[in-house]
Design a protein around this ligand. Structure first.
Ligand code: WT7
Length: 632
């Protein structure tokens, strides 16, 4: 069966079939992949029992589907275009054959260092081709990759390495990011030094910048030394459908980051199916997703989804504003990009720059634009549509999460209708429900509520690494029988969905997820901090900014205290979690039971100084005025 949906009628039919006979439908989709052994059952287990399995009993390797499967038909087609940070450095291209060879060599190299099926390998790298190659090499061996975004601190890296017990760490000497150099190896050294019992046996260092680093005898090895020795023949490991494929850490509303666990067959089918149907690419098209592989978008829609579909994918090392804010559009012209996928925060940042940065480029290769990571506001949507898409490119506003593995709600480019600021319709296999305050499904069409998904889909996370109980608690217990997304959502009279943002204590800053509790814990590490509360506030470019209210002892001036707090957050989490505003306050608005009334703090952060609602349950209502008077 060809599962590519080509018309509105086909969409309706596929959706219907995925509802009435999901096993038949997904069995037919899965039939189009390469399996060593077919499944015994398409779907088993239930959300109630938190034991969902897709294609159980099947055997496969995802890299056979990403690479080997294409060699005969399109071995010499470009699989990966690599655009370096510096526009004067030549771009690189890997054909499917070359990428296959690189992945096999890297798999052999890892194997020679003792990596085996089921082992965890941590990738703390900049955006170099070897990052994508390492991801695929792990999958070929059956090792579980855990990519940690290169912007995280030593402390954050150490926590992630420890949590999933990584045997091998792959890193770069350093990475380029615009004008900056990120000293990845130094940070990695510090992370490993900080661990009492580091599980990491070997550190493989890929040279990118050529800066001076320390190579620890017996532990640290150069990538290029190992790579040249490695054989280019690596028959892939046979994996069970539900064997773990990767762990990716993400922030929640409480506690430390969770290791979201995705497994092999269901994730593969979902990545391929959603990519193919949402982006609607033709064989000769060229796709570019601007995300970093350190985030889920870089896993599913820079690496796995495009390769599973046999298309050309583009990886960019740099940032949108280097050497100038025209860089994205220059790269689009340079590589004749047809399908471009980015985050609203980038659109807003570039929209604020001189229009000539756009108009200097012709952008006529573009056919489809995508948006991901946060709600796109009307202004940004219209600018993207007019200035970049020249009103001829459908925009797919794709809603999904680290946990969902792939897109759940989006229009299908050129097939189903888009609507500004709406993710629009669920993909086949996705059954959304809006829940009211009592936890009941809202039946009216035009409504608003908390977004849940009522049935399992193939790309759904299977657990939290090492903490199945937390998995159940976080996602499956608020609305029994459903997966709770943490998002609020509106549905219009036509049944189209519009995601309004998180309803829990998770912030979305420039499309990055940041837990308020995590930032509070980091601030609390400072000896002179008594207590803090973090809330989000509307931010023109970032979507949400971070506002910190801090009670401090009087050892420092407020200015000093702010500096110190920024430092401790950078050390504990990384620069991405730095608050935009830090207000030193004499107290926090607490109820008699000791709960912080965040609603009030959010209002003050948003500069809404009236209508605080009922404050009679506050222990000391006068604190509200004091905080208001010092608001930033
Ligand atoms: C949260 C998930 C999806 C991959 C990148 C982020 C928000 C994501 C949209 C969208 C409105 C969106 C949600 C979601 N979000 N896409 N198209 N419209 N909101 O993955 O870090 O797991 O964050 O991002 O709030 O829950 P993530």
């Amino acid at each position: 069966m060809d599962w590519k949906i080509k018309s509105l009628e086909e969409y309706a039919l596929a959706y219907q079939e995925s509802r009435s006979n999901p096993e038949l439908y997904w069995g037919k989709v899965a039939d189009t992949f390469k399996w060593n052994k077919k499944w015994e059952s398409v779907l088993s287990g239930s959300i109630e029992d938190a034991n969902i399995k897709w294609f159980d009993g099947a055997e496969l390797n995802i890299t056979e589907n990403c690479l080997d499967r294409h060699l005969e038909e399109r071995g010499d087609k470009v699989a990966l275009i690599y655009e370096p940070n510096d526009p004067n450095e030549p771009a690189l291209e890997y054909t499917y054959k070359q990428l296959h060879t690189a992945v096999c060599k890297t798999a052999n190299m890892l194997k020679a260092q003792g990596v085996e099926k089921g082992d965890r390998v941590c990738l703390y790298m900049s955006m170099v081709p070897e990052l994508m190659i390492s991801v695929l090499a792990c999958a070929r061996i059956g090792a579980i990759h855990s990519v940690v975004f290169g912007g995280f601190s030593a402390h954050a890296l150490a926590g992630r390495i420890e949590d999933c017990d990584c045997k091998i760490l792959i890193t770069n000497d350093a990475g380029h990011r615009g004008e900056k150099i990120i000293h990845l190896k130094d940070i990695a050294d510090k992370a490993l030094d900080d661990l009492d019992n580091s599980p990491v046996q070997k550190v493989i260092v890929h040279k990118r910048v050529g800066n001076d680093i320390e190579m620890k005898e017996g532990r640290d090895l150069w990538w290029h030394d190992l790579y040249k020795e490695a054989s280019s023949d690596y028959p892939s490991e046979t994996m069970q459908a539900e064997d773990p494929l990767f762990i990716l850490y993400t922030s929640g509303s409480t506690g430390k980051p969770k290791g979201v666990l995705h497994t092999t067959a269901g994730y593969m089918v979902w990545a391929a199916y959603t990519f193919g149907n949402v982006f609607q690419m033709n064989e000769e098209d060229r796709y570019w997703c601007t995300a970093d592989i350190g985030w889920i978008t870089g896993h599913t829609y820079l690496t796995y989804g495009p390769l599973l579909n046999g298309v050309t994918t583009t990886m960019f090392e740099g940032i949108p504003t280097f050497p100038n804010p025209g860089r994205f559009w220059e790269v689009v012209d340079k590589h004749k990009i047809t399908h471009f996928y980015t985050a609203p925060t980038a659109v807003r940042a570039l929209m604020a720059c001189d229009p000539s940065f756009v108009t200097n480029n012709n952008l006529d290769s573009l056919k489809v634009l995508g948006s991901v990571g946060e709600p796109i506001n009307a202004e940004a949507w219209h600018w993207y549509n007019k200035s970049i898409g020249k009103e001829k490119c459908p925009i797919v506003d794709t809603w999904w999460q680290t946990e969902t593995g792939g897109i759940l709600i989006s229009s299908l480019a050129g097939v189903t209708e888009g609507k500004p600021c709406f993710a629009t319709l669920p993909l086949p296999g996705v059954f959304p429900a809006l829940m009211d305050a009592e936890g009941k499904v809202i039946e009216e069409r035009e409504s608003e509520g908390n977004l849940c998904i009522t049935r399992p889909w193939p790309g759904m996370l299977r657990s939290i690494w090492g903490d199945h109980e937390r998995f159940k608690q976080t996602y499956l217990s608020a609305y029994p029988g459903s997966y709770f997304t943490g998002d609020g959502c509106k549905r219009d009279a036509d049944g189209l969905y519009r995601i309004t943002g998180r309803v829990d204590d998770v912030l979305n800053v420039s499309g990055h997820r940041i837990g308020t509790a995590e930032v509070e814990n980091a601030i609390g590490q400072h000896p002179d901090v008594i207590e803090s509360a973090i809330v989000g506030f509307p931010h023109d470019i970032k979507g949400q900014g971070i506002y910190a209210y801090v009670i401090a002892s009087e050892n420092h001036s407020p200015e000093e205290m702010r500096e110190e707090i920024l430092k401790v957050i950078t050390e504990e989490i990384g620069p991405i979690a730095k608050p935009d505003k830090i207000q030193i306050v004499p107290g926090l608005p607490k109820t008699r039971s000791g709960k912080i009334m965040r609603r009030i703090l959010r209002k003050i952060a948003a500069k809404e100084f009236d209508n605080f609602g009922d404050t009679s349950t506050l222990l000391d209502p006068s604190i509200v005025d004091k905080i208001k008077d010092g608001a930033l």
